[in-house]
Design a protein around this ligand. Structure first.
Ligand code: F6R
Length: 608
């Protein structure tokens, strides 16, 4: 999604704006721009379509001066990713950057055009600049004009503005999209997330829904949705600059795959009492884990984590579970049982559909539980209770360590539900907790298979279509494997339940179609082996991910075997996530795609 940075600083703003925009590349974008106030107090801007290096070339050719400025990375929604549509949008009075969507922009635009204003872009965002200018033309101050304009905007947005002739003023407003203020020494910053301001400060203020923040170098003044002065706490952002570096890795995605022993360990440790071999949940604010049913909602990878949780909550928790994709759930007016709770899974905590689904459940008086990675994000704040995932900032657009951290939190939830429902004995809980505690080590062992996967990836990179098969709890892992491969390598891939193969997908099998099978030697292995035989009989190339016992059983039919350490079936989805991530990653590297910022994708999808 789009990224925002604003600086009221001491030195030249333009190079620092560009530095911050580079931190925001991970969100996905297709144009970028900056505006500053020059020494005479006039607004000047440079914009470019494509990568930030194109913007840098513009700035090299015609540098911008001045210590105050705003910058933006745009992911096109209304209007193509052209230079004219790139932010900042400006009039002679104000320059603005905007994230989100202004739903009533057409009506506002027509009204402003009828009033004599000239538009130069096809964006919804440009109306904000004209609306503020029109208010200032009526004699309002920048602060009053912004508040008045914001009142007229419908939709979800975060904006930052600077004003000609006001070199010690920047205004930010948020409704639906996140915005943070960074506090430096005699300098202030604004950003679409804490990572944006992290090169300059670790002290951040997270704005609340409906807040307007007026920044000067001396400090900030925040008014809330009811236009009352509001005090917002200052947090210390610990993700920091180091967390946003690649270290020794070639890509952020690779770094994040390799962080998983640590990130799953951190997350599991949060919920496990290792001494008593019990799960310990934080205060869940009235969420009754002894409920009869649960609804688990998310999008993309987060939805697949929820699908794994469905198996866990039913098998170990003893409750009935429904999972859905947030964008479907929110519009189908679902009915709920009387004793139910709802779970929302999201890395960013800002996914528009997941947030809307959460709000729907709250309206239905259903208790809401957020499994979220970004603290203080919208889903985090709006849920009744939260089970944080402690993956740290995830920069690669394709989710990896956030997925296994989600699985870690959800596994702990399943055990807690099992205890609350009386479905698990103390001994069984002890076994599951021990298995969870072994998981980071097993993930570290699974990472050592990279060299073997490298050779297979070389072959996979030649494929046009790839099928992924799995059974039971590994069916969602097959879905996730297919999603990872298509996202970053652009190879068409589909995940299927292995037993569903003969009901249609088997028609796709030929000698050119690799079939990746997620098949630990568990209670369902023999069934999956039959499906593998069906593939082999039709000339399909089997890539089997299994353990030592499974490897022996399929040695004569598999073209390739990726051998993973044997593990308790409970935690196998966490461990088997690693080879499917590496397979997608190494295939994409062979293909030479933009692994960390795959085309058309955004890290945080804050629009429907
Ligand atoms: C896939 C991926 C997406 C996200 C989805 C939900 O690699 O990253 O499918 O999982 O957009 O995002 P969050 O988890 O931020 O709600």
């Amino acid at each position: 999604m789009c990224g925002i940075i604003g600086i009221l600083g001491a030195g030249p703003a333009a190079p620092r704006l560009v530095e911050a925009l580079k931190r925001l590349e991970y969100r996905g974008y297709d144009s970028a721009g900056v505006a500053t106030l020059d020494d005479s107090g006039a607004l000047t801007r440079r914009r470019a379509s494509g990568k930030i290096r194109n913007l840098e070339a513009e700035l090299d050719a015609a540098p911008l001066s001045g210590p105050a400025g705003i910058g933006h990375t745009r992911w096109a929604t209304h209007g193509a990713p052209t230079t004219a549509n790139a932010h900042p949008h400006a009039t002679d009075k104000v320059a603005i950057v905007h994230n989100g969507i202004i739903e009533n922009f057409r009506a506002l635009r027509e009204e402003l055009i009828a009033g004599g204003r000239k538009f130069e872009s096809e964006t919804d965002s440009e109306v904000i600049a004209h609306l503020i200018s029109a208010e200032m033309d009526k004699g309002l101050s920048p602060e009053q004009a912004t508040a008045s304009a914001v009142r007229r905007l419908e939709g979800a947005f975060a904006i930052a503005c600077i004003f000609s002739g006001h070199d010690d003023l920047m205004i930010g407003a948020r409704k639906g999209s996140p915005l943070v203020v960074g506090l430096g020494d005699g300098e202030v910053f604004i950003g679409s997330d804490a990572i944006a301001v992290s090169p300059f400060t670790t002290r951040v203020v997270y704005l609340d829904e409906g807040d307007i923040a007026v920044l000067t170098r001396a400090g900030i003044k925040v008014t809330d949705a009811h236009e009352r002065l509001a005090a917002r706490p200052v947090h210390v952002f610990s993700g920091g600059v180091a967390a946003a570096e690649k270290g020794n890795h070639r890509h952020f995605m690779q770094k994040e795959i390799y962080e998983q022993p640590e990130t799953t360990g951190r997350t599991i440790a949060r919920y496990v009492n290792a001494f008593e071999e019990r799960v310990e949940m934080p205060d869940l604010d009235g969420v009754d884990l002894a409920a009869d049913s649960a609804i688990v909602i998310g999008c993309g990878t987060a939805h697949y984590a929820g699908r794994v949780a469905e198996y866990w909550l039913e098998q170990y928790g003893g409750i009935s579970v429904e999972t859905d994709i947030a964008s479907e759930f929110r519009y189908r007016r679902p009915a709920f049982g009387k004793k139910a709770f709802s779970v929302f899974v999201s890395q960013s905590g800002e996914t528009a559909d997941t947030l809307a689904a959460l709000r729907y459940c709250k309206e239905q008086n259903l208790k809401t539980l957020a499994v979220v990675n970004v603290p203080e994000s919208s889903i985090w704040r709006e849920a009744d209770a939260r089970l944080p995932t402690l993956a740290g900032p995830e920069i690669g657009v394709a989710s990896t360590k956030a997925f296994t951290a989600q699985l870690s939190s959800l596994a702990a939830l399943a055990i807690a539900v099992g205890r609350a429902k009386g479905a698990l004995s103390t001994q069984e809980e002890g076994r599951l907790v021990r298995a969870l505690m072994e998981t980071p080590r097993l993930i570290a062992d699974a990472l050592t298979v990279e060299p073997e996967i490298e050779a297979i990836a070389h072959e996979l990179a030649q494929a046009r279509d790839v099928l992924y098969l799995g059974r039971g709890v590994h069916y969602p892992i097959a879905l996730e494997g297919a999603l990872k491969l298509k996202e970053i390598s652009y190879i068409h891939a589909e995940g299927y339940a292995a037993g569903e193969l003969k009901h249609g997908p088997i028609a796709l099998i030929d000698e050119h179609t690799p079939v990746v099978v997620v098949a630990p030697h568990d209670a369902l292995f023999e069934k999956t082996l039959s499906n593998m035989q069906e593939v082999a009989a039709r000339g399909g190339k089997l890539v089997v991910i299994t353990d030592a016992v499974g490897a022996v059983a399929c040695a004569d039919i598999a073209k390739h075997i990726i051998m993973i350490p044997a593990c308790d079936p409970f935690v196998a989805p966490l461990v088997y996530s690693v080879p499917i991530q590496l397979l997608a990653y190494l295939t994409a590297v062979h293909k030479g795609t933009d692994v960390d910022q795959p085309r058309n994708l955004a890290k945080s999808v804050t629009v429907e």
